[in-house]
Design a protein around this ligand. Sequence first.
Ligand SMILES: [Zn+2]
Length: 249
Amino acid sequence: MTKIISREESIKLGLKYFFTGEECKHGHIYERYTCNSVCIMCSTVRRKEWQKNNRKKIKQYCRKWHDKNPSYSKDYHKDNSEVRNKKARKWRKDNPEKAREWKNNNKERYKELKRKHSRTYRRTNHGKLGTICSNVLFRLSTGKLYKSKFYYLDYTTEEFLRYILVPFPQFNTLQEAYDAGYQIDHIVPIKLITTLNLDKELSFRIVMDLNNMRLILAQENSSKQDSINYPIVRETIEILQEKYSISIN
Ligand SMILES: [Zn+2]
């Protein structure tokens, strides 16, 4: 129970609130502000009401403030991007109709965000692996898979990265390897896999098998000319044949 204290007394004591124990005119039994005798609950209700009816004004105000404080805004967004993304994803999941409506009402902004997002995403390891998958699918000319391309991989992005970067402790990300002139090489060439006429999911899984991938310098890659007589290619063929019960000649 909150202690009963009159306004006069709370003024004398320099308190922010007082409490009479009586209902306000809207039926709340709540503390009131010493300065103006307004019930806190009434004030909260009114503020929320005002906020609801003045979304535009608030938005404008916030935007102005952020424009005046660019570095604060930038740092804040950087620090909280993960939390915010998670929140936004959850909101979209919980409010699919509202999300769709927003998308329809803000087509330009949506496009811009999407472009920005995919630019950032493509720079991540997960995005890079996705690009590798897409390139393989394109070269297999299989058309669309039934499920997300990541579904067919028997490894996670982290496992992929750990495996592929083992010979290169100097790199922490794929981007660093790319920047140094390295490329992903599929040891048993995609061309050879396509001649086997396997179904598209299986072809994709074989090409994308961890055993079938390595990082090599771009110039090495172009001089390789798909020779299946290289020991590493023969070796990999053995592994893939056994793992997928196929025969590659
Ligand atoms: Zn009230």
